[in-house]
Design a protein around this ligand. Structure first.
Ligand code: IMP
Length: 427
């Protein structure tokens, strides 16, 4: 059996995946991003230095691990090369260790523009996107007109596809948004230049993973965003445009659905959300703000404040059940140190009766029903042994396990590796 594993968020993103992927990177020979783009913001603390990665896999700082970007990722070349340049002093041999699929779709200047114009316009639903062009880039992919990396390697091929795209977008920009047209030649030249730069990094990522597995090596799949932002499983339409749940791993990385044998679902001890959309357990008063302050809940990509709420076991359980999640990693438990009482949502009452269509994740009318746990009122920061946790914290963790019907294999008590309790040593 292949020994691959995955780490991904089960809420609305920002669960603290970056730290966990970086922590577990030692146990893998490669890490692979398989969906999303530079809308992600994975924060790692290495030698007391804070590093935020948007596009590169969190393994990039581990000198022996390969870092793979699978075909399900949409790439902004500008963001990619900026990030490489920034990380180069810390991450060694990036040119040899980073492998990108030539099948990745590229984010173009018109995608970013349309994302921004749509969000500003009154004629479209405001989603609160990261304004990075992610949605429009995925729209092009599904519409079968995307410019993929491979297209930038040959001028004739690029010209044919790009001309069609730019004239399509220019028509839309000019006639719908009243915006000036984009310069086709400039975009073409940029694409060709990026193609040259990308060439040495390209590899058939799907085959690289197979070869690694054939020689007994282990690959870690790193999810971006969170399952509740998954375009099919999340709170549609307030979602991102990719499959950030485990379902996206196979298609986005180019592996078989049975090639991952351990899926670690990362959940924060409370929930947060950036952007619009329903969040039944949101705390609207000063307490929500206090949790946000203590948890440093500001978007790593956009700097926007995150909305905070109580742990919602209903949505998490739904994702767990439909995604073969193996175990949980509970993060930021130390943020709740100050609380007298901690709530966990275990059920919903729907204002308009029962919900026969729960699969639609239409949570606007869901009223949360809570159980309460006693707070521990002492600092958990940096604790790295289960037996050093106060009784009330253990009770809270056990409650999370009970309501989610899954074991908590890792507990995170702080932003760096020191604050990590590995409960299941077999990971
Ligand atoms: P987009 O991915 O930029 O299209 O944004 C769609 C929705 O997903 C918005 O609500 C964003 O705030 C949210 N989102 C995108 N990326 C992240 C992330 O990495 N963490 C948390 N929320 C995200």
């Amino acid at each position: 059996m292949k020994n691959n594993f995955a780490v991904l968020g089960l809420q609305w993103g920002d669960e603290g995946k970056g730290k966990i992927v970086n922590f577990l990177s030692d146990r893998a020979d490669a890490a692979c991003r398989y969906q999303g783009g530079h809308n992600a913001g994975h924060t790692l603390i290495i030698n007391d230095e804070k590093i935020v990665l948007h596009l590169l896999p969190s393994s990039i700082c581990h000198k022996n691990a390969l870092s793979l970007i699978g075909k399900g990722v949409v790439i902004s070349c500008e963001a990619l090369f900026e990030e490489i340049e920034k990380i180069e002093p810390i991450a060694k041999n990036i040119q040899e260790r980073l492998k990108i699929s030539p099948a990745c779709s590229l984010i173009q200047p018109y995608h970013i523009l349309v994302d921004q114009l749509k969000e500003k316009s009154n004629s479209f639903n405001t989603i609160g996107t990261t304004l990075r062009g992610i949605g429009p880039a995925y729209e092009d992919k599904v519409a079968r007109r995307a410019i993929r990396i491979i297209d930038t390697l040959e001028e004739a091929k690029l010209t044919e596809k790009l001309e069609e795209n730019v004239s399509f977008y220019n028509f839309w920009l000019e006639n719908y948004f009243g915006h000036e047209k984009l310069d086709y030649e400039k975009i073409k030249d940029q694409n060709l230049a990026y193609g040259e730069k990308l060439k040495p990094l390209l590899a058939d990522v799907s085959s690289v993973i197979q070869s690694l597995n054939d020689s007994g090596k282990r690959v870690l799949f790193e999810g971006a965003q969170g399952a509740l932002l998954d375009v099919d499983q999340g709170t549609y339409p307030f979602v991102t445009s990719s499959n950030c749940s485990p379902a996206g791993i196979a298609s986005g990385a180019g592996i078989g659905p049975l090639d991952v044998n351990y899926i670690l679902g990362v959940v924060k001890a409370y929930v947060t959300r950036v952007g619009e959309g329903p969040m039944p357990t949101e705390i609207h008063d000063a307490l929500g703000e206090e949790i946000a302050n203590k948890g440093g809940e500001v978007g790593a990509t956009t700097g926007r404040p995150r909305r905070c709420g109580w742990f919602d076991a209903v949505t998490v359980k739904r994702i767990i059940r439909s995604n073969n999640v193996s175990a949980l990693c509970l993060t930021k438990i130390d943020v709740l140190d100050f609380l007298e009482t901690i709530k966990i949502c275990v059920d919903y009452d729907y204002k308009d009766g029962t919900n026969d269509y729960a699969e639609c994740m239409d949570l606007e009318s869901a009223e949360p029903k809570y159980i309460e746990c006693k707070g521990w009122k002492t600092s958990l920061k940096g604790i790295n042994r289960y037996e050093d946790l106060p009784l009330e914290a253990i009770e809270f963790i056990k409650k999370v396990e009970e309501v989610c019907e899954l074991p908590v294999d890792i507990i995170s008590t702080g932003p760096n590796d020191m604050g990590t309790i590995v409960v299941n040593k077999d990971i």
